[in-house]
Design a protein around this ligand. Structure first.
Ligand code: ATP
Ligand code: MG
Length: 259
């Protein structure tokens, strides 16, 4: 199986009504590396991630996980795929009715179907909360946490799986975090890759984070990837959109009416 890219998109297109979001994208994610997708707000980065676990289906094209086509699978057939892929959602998707610790334990409890070693699970939950700097937060409710704390609970939940998942999809993992917390999360993403060979696919606007974690950066623009390379290669890109994004400079048409 190792000769396949772990995730592959072939000519994937997606529209919502009249809006064309993805226009025939090809994407090949290398196993054991961290790939980053950058791009301005509303370009389809989250939409791209959702296709990998069957939360969205393409209008045209195909999506593969380890060589197996996934976009045609039923919800039931998707279950074993979803068990191997953790998803840190942009808006965290925490359950407000559960404590922080119960949220973090949730994927393991789901997958175990009753056969659970509670002590082992509690230890795993505590360890993962500690990794994201939230020791002692287990009994709190997500609704009482700050934005950055919620994000870190979502990260803890994505990694609190033993053995670790094959793939982690991170949608804006450092959004709302201060620079020092972001640094911790970037290191965590790197460690998961180095120690457990986790394949990471990270969506971010944060160029510093992209640079810290990304072996390879792709930029999505108007439904297509217009750049693919290292941060240094993107900085040196000829394409104006790529350079402006990397440097954080507005597109001229977006500031025409401002003085
Ligand atoms: N389920 C949906 N129904 C209708 N439109 C959708 C749906 N999901 C996404 N869209 C639209 O598709 C476009 C791309 O959305 P997406 O969430 O992928 O953006 P993004 O690149 O992740 O942006 P951001 O950086 O702001 O998170 C947006 O214009 C959004 O409104
Ligand atoms: Mg998004």
């Amino acid at each position: 199986m190792d000769d396949h890219p772990i995730i592959e998109f072939r000519q994937v297109s997606k529209r919502f009504g009249q809006q064309r979001v993805l226009e025939g994208i090809d994407l090949s994610v290398e196993r054991g590396r961290t790939t980053v997708i950058i791009g301005r707000s509303g370009t389809g980065k989250s939409v791209t991630l959702k296709h990998i676990v069957g939360l969205l289906r393409p209008d045209e094209g195909e999506v593969y996980f380890e060589g197996q086509r996934v976009d045609t699978l039923s919800e039931r057939e998707l279950r074993p795929i979803r068990r191997q892929i953790s998803f840190v959602f942009q808006l965290n998707a925490l359950f407000d009715s559960m404590s922080v610790a119960e949220n973090v334990a949730f994927p393991t409890v789901q997958h175990a179907r009753g056969r659970l070693d509670r002590r082992k699970l509690d230890k795993l939950v505590q360890d993962c909360l500690e990794l994201v700097g939230l020791s002692g937060f287990g009994e709190k409710r997500p609704a009482d946490l700050s934005g950055g704390e919620k994000k870190r609970v979502a990260l803890a939940r994505a990694i609190a799986i033993d053995p670790p998942p094959k793939v982690i999809l991170y949608d804006e993992p450092t959004a709302g975090l201060d620079p020092q917390r972001s640094d911790v999360i970037n290191r965590l993403i790197r460690n998961l890759q180095n120690e457990f060979n986790v394949t990471g696919l990270v969506v971010t606007h944060d160029m510093k984070s992209a640079e810290a974690v990304g072996d390879r950066i792709l930029m999505l623009w108007n439904g297509r990837f217009i750049a693919d390379g290292t941060v240094a290669e993107l900085r040196a890109a000829r394409d104006d959109h790529v350079r402006r994004f990397v440097e954080g400079v507005a597109e001229p048409e977006d500031v025409r009416n401002l003085t």
